[in-house]
Design a protein around this ligand. Structure first.
Ligand code: PGA
Length: 233
């Protein structure tokens, strides 16, 4: 199919993604641009609420986010890759290395939470609420990177997508906690409103991205390995 599209010489493609997809979307776009060098691409990265607003306003051609049904949206959604949410602490935190940590225990820790509108925030708050609990929020921060730095600075613990660690596995400064009910297994989908025709470029990108699922999953496996490496513990 993709071969038919080799004639794609020019045009513009706009992709809108939630924050955790910025750790992989550029790689997909880079490879896509190699194949179709005449195409201009733009990438918008923001939180779930804003991405959904952008989709309502038709700001981009295609979107990457999760749980489209939760948002009550009438969309076409194509599975792209897993997006697991793991609990992270600084490597010298007393809970590091313990197994089967309960949510009750976790609720006693100072927690760093993303801003309202974040899908990660909603997932975490929901998981606590399922146990009749609430996170003990120490601070709200507007980015995954800020949360990583705040954990390292000793401000508290948090839960983030494993994708936020794919480059360095936490660089030996972040450790994954073994908490009951985690990882929260979430998923990325390629999404567009139902009934809206995709451009030829957007269709080509969709097929191209879906083909990279193995690569994305392999990168998650490598990241789990990095986190489990002795130097990280
Ligand atoms: P968020 O979404 O930036 O809205 O938290 C990221 C995610 O769901 O992985």
């Amino acid at each position: 199919k993709l071969a038919d599209l080799k004639g794609l010489k020019s045009g513009h493609f706009r992709l809108g993604v939630i924050t955790t997809a910025k750790y992989f979307a550029p790689e997909i776009l880079g490879a896509f641009c190699d194949q179709f060098p005449g195409i201009d691409v733009s990438l918008k990265v923001t939180n779930r609420e804003r991405i959904i607003e952008r989709m309502a306003a038709s700001d981009d051609d295609l979107y990457i986010f999760g749980e489209p049904a939760h948002a009550g949206l009438d969309v076409e959604a194509t599975f792209l890759a897993p997006n697991p949410l793991i609990v992270l602490a600084r490597t010298d935190h007393p809970l590091v290395g313990q197994s089967g940590i309960t949510m009750e225990r976790l609720a006693k820790e100072r927690f760093l939470l993303r801003e309202p509108g974040s899908g990660i925030r909603d997932s975490i708050v929901r998981r606590f609420a399922e146990q009749g609990l609430r996170p003990n929020v120490r601070m709200e921060l507007g980015s995954n990177e800020a949360i990583k730095h705040a954990i390292i600075a000793g401000l508290g613990i948090s839960a983030l997508s494993l994708h936020t660690l794919t480059l360095d596995g936490g660089a030996g400064r972040l450790a994954m906690l073994d908490v009951e009910g985690f990882p929260i297994e979430r998923t990325w989908y390629l999404v567009h409103p139902k009934g809206r025709d995709l451009s030829t470029i957007a269709k080509a990108f969709l097929a191209f991205a879906v083909d990279r699922e193995r690569e994305i999953t392999a990168s998650l496996e490598r990241t789990y390995d990095l986190l489990r490496a002795p130097s990280a513990g």
